[in-house]
Design a protein around this ligand. Structure first.
Ligand SMILES: Nc1ncnc2c1ncn2[C@@H]1O[C@H](COP(=O)(O)OP(=O)(O)O)[C@@H](O)[C@H]1O
Ligand SMILES: [Mg+2]
Length: 363
């Protein structure tokens, strides 16, 4: 399995929607990236940002308008799907309803006339890996959604394709089952030394499952890296907003390493030459102080929500900004309390002030 390279991949559609008929939709816009072999990658972004279209171009199900797809050095842009040797898993399990689990999973090898004992042993092994070896004779409608999706995963693995493309594979499952299946997927991909590209709009799913997250917005890749890299160093307001919880403060620069927000003067972790900036601070990095001081950022607690393992405080600042703070330990703070908030310089992200702040966050 070589690395996969995408070079300036673009896909345009012509809208057939009544309201926008004939307009050109740029579903994927000039995307270049590299997928390392044996890695688990997620395409993460809001609905409609082009994830499925990008995946379909890698699979050969969609022809790019321009750009190229490479497996290693080989240009496969025009290679038919069936020659690309890819395993697929979709949100809608797409099992054969009239075949039992065994026949669904062995379908790929069998249509290639591979009925050897070795293949049968392999199918058994794969069924065991997905914990369905005791359900080989069951039909899809006798299985739960989670089990059906494990059959679909086993079927994709049984094809022995080194590349696995998964489009929202956990999207149809309820949260607890979907979470359990995440770990099955991770284990299988590593165990069989596969390369996975997994589409999701669920940030928590992307965080837990990925070696590498590719964040998309409106057809473009806005950032890619390990979950920790993106969480700790988001390169845009969108990336900070879409992965994890982040609060934003729109500030005026005072001098090259200080900004003003309300009456507070905040020291920046590094110099900046802009006139205005937006500071980003993760929710767990916000300190709430019940003593209200003039020189701090001030607001009122609107809600205190108990989340089981932590408490969430929604604070309305005097200029209307909403701040979301997370605390591991209980406090005496109640809704209606006047408070001030602060945070360490080291925990600040600095972003350029966008032309339209709300649009920047919006998907
Ligand atoms: N076959 C198609 N014809 C016209 N527009 C399409 C087609 N497929 C996707 N699109 C449009 O392309 C954009 C990206 O879609 P898609 O790749 O499905 O996004 P995602 O998977 O991130 O939700 C959307 O605006 C969608 O409406
Ligand atoms: Mg999609």
């Amino acid at each position: 399995m070589p690395n996969i390279k995408l070079k300036k991949l673009t896909k345009k559609f012509i809208s057939i929607n009544e309201a926008t008929k004939g307009e050109i939709i740029v579903a994927v816009n000039d995307v270049s990236l590299e997928i390392k072999k044996y890695s688990y990658n997620t395409l993460l972004g809001p609905s409609g940002c082009g994830k499925t279209t990008l995946l379909r171009m890698i699979s050969g199900l969609e022809e790019p308008t321009s750009g190229k797809v490479f497996f290693g050095r080989k240009d496969i842009t025009n290679m038919p799907t069936q020659e690309r040797n890819i395993g697929f898993v979709f949100q809608s399990y797409s099992l054969f309803p009239h075949m039992d689990v065994w026949h669904n999973v062995s379908y790929g090898p069998m249509i290639r006339n591979n009925f050897s004992q070795k293949t049968k042993n392999y199918i058994h092994e794969v069924l065991k890996m997905v914990r369905l070896d005791d359900r080989a004779n069951a039909y899809p409608n006798e299985l739960s959604g989670g089990m059906q999706q494990r059959v679909a995963v086993a079927r994709a693995i049984a094809t022995k394709s080194p590349l696995m493309l998964l489009d929202e594979p956990l999207g149809a499952l309820d949260a607890r089952i979907g979470t359990a299946l995440r770990y099955d997927l991770m284990k299988l991909i590593k165990e069989y030394k596969l390369t996975a590209i997994h589409v999701t709009h669920n940030q928590e799913e992307a965080m837990t499952i990925s070696d590498n997250i590719i964040m998309m917005k409106r057809g473009k890749v806005v950032q890619s890296g390990s979950p920790k890299e993106i969480y700790d160093k988001p390169n845009s307001i969108f990336a900070a907003y879409f992965l994890g919880r982040c609060n934003f403060f729109r500030c005026e620069m005072v001098d090259k390493n200080h900004v003003r927000f309300q009456d507070a003067v905040i020291e920046l972790p590094k110099n900046n030459s802009k006139k205005k900036v937006v500071l980003g601070v993760r929710s767990e990095k916000i300190h709430i102080d019940s003593a209200v001081r003039k020189e701090n950022i001030k607001g009122t607690i609107e809600f205190v929500n108990f989340l089981g393992d932590k408490w969430q405080y929604i604070i309305r600042l005097f200029d209307g900004t909403e701040v979301n703070a997370l605390k591991r330990t209980p406090s005496d703070l109640r809704s209606g309390d006047k408070v001030s908030i602060n945070f360490f310089s080291d925990n600040i992200f600095i972003f350029d002030e966008p032309k339209d702040f709300e649009k920047e966050k919006a998907v």
